[in-house]
Each structure stands twice: as structure tokens, then as C-alpha cells.
Ligand binder design. Structure first.
Ligand code: HEM
Length: 135
């Protein structure tokens, strides 16, 4: 099963072009300290891959719900060891939402906004949950 609003918004963004630069601009605008974490990513490949994974997680959380929650839970632990605060996961989805809304303008519908807000809220809750005591 897939979520129409998530799929449709992603199709519209894909028709516009590659949103990667806009998403990271929005992320750094919200928290400039996060930019330093990508200091070694000279080619941008890590950031591109990371955004791809975050979008696939969004599709999964809103659709099949096969792996996204567990993947996010694991990545919130892995990323903590890179110095990424767990709160940054919600900030990343906020940046995706802000960039997409800005790119699509009036074509960013209330349905899109509501579907992405649900994904963002679930990702926030998963990243902040400490599922295994002490980790
Ligand atoms: C939905 C949320 C996220 C997902 C699914 C995710 C996933 C990933 C993946 C798959 C990689 C490896 C990419 C590669 O090496 O090709 C990665 C790397 C990285 N992520 Fe994330 N990430 C998320 C959120 C964040 C956030 C919010 C930050 C901080 C702003 C962050 C910082 C980093 C950094 C610094 C690396 C590079 C690690 C290294 O030096 O190898 N991630 N992420």
C-alpha cells in the first residue's frame, strides 16, 4: 500500500528537479551547527544518499510500513555516534517539508502538508525513543 499524498508530492518534486541542495539549505538555516557534520562530504554523495533514504523511509512509514520505523530507530543510534542529536531527525523532515513547500508553492496542498506532518511526527517520536535501556 502507498500513500497518495506522499507519492504525489514526490512525483511533483521529481518533475521539478533535484531538491537536495534546497533541503540542506533549509536544514542549515534552521541549525547552522549541523553543516559542520558534513565537512568530509566533498562530493555531496553522502547527503544525496541520506536524503534518498529519508524519503524512502517517509514512503514506507506512510505506506507499507515494512522497515522504516526500525531503520530510523537504528540510524538514530548510529547517528548519535557521529554527533547528530536525536532531535535533528525531526529537523531533517522539517527541512524536507520547508523545501518542498517552497519549491511547489501553490501546488503544495493541505493534503501534502498533513501527510508529511504525520511522517515528521512519527520520525521524531521514533528517533527520540530509547528502545533499549542505556543505548
Ligand atoms: C531520516 C533521517 C536520516 C536518515 C534515514 C539518515 C541516513 C543516513 C545514511 C544512510 C547515511 C550513509 C550515507 C552514505 O554514506 O552514503 C548517513 C550518513 C550521515 N548522516 Fe544521516 N540520516 C538521517 C538524518 C541525519 C541528520 C538529521 C543528520 C545531521 C544533520 C545526519 C548526519 C549524517 C552524517 C554527518 C553522515 C555522514 C557519516 C559519515 O561521515 O560517514 N543524518 N545518514
Amino acid at each position: 500500500m502507498s500513500n497518495e499524498a506522499i507519492e504525489e508530492s514526490l512525483a511533483r518534486i521529481a518533475a521539478w528537479g533535484d531538491p537536495t541542495a534546497r533541503v540542506y539549505e533549509a536544514l542549515y538555516a534552521a541549525d547552522p551547527a549541523l553543516a559542520a557534520l558534513f565537512g568530509n562530504d566533498e562530493s555531496g554523495a553522502v547527503r544525496g544518499h541520506m536524503l534518498y533514504e529519508a524519503l524512502e523511509v517517509a514512503r514506507d512509514l506512510a505506506g507499507a510500513r515494512a522497515y522504516g520505523a526500525h531503520f530510523l530507530a537504528a540510524e538514530s543510534v548510529n547517528h548519535e555516534h557521529l554527533g547528530v542529536p536525536r532531535a535533528a531527525f525531526a529537523a531533517f523532515y522539517d527541512a524536507i517539508i520547508a523545501a518542498f513547500a517552497d519549491i511547489l508553492g501553490p501546488a503544495w496542498t493541505p493534503d501534502f502538508a498533513a501527510a508529511w506532518a504525520r511522517v515528521r511526527e512519527e520520525a521524531r517520536a521514533i528517533a527520540n525513543a530509547r528502545l533499549i535501556p542505556g543505548i
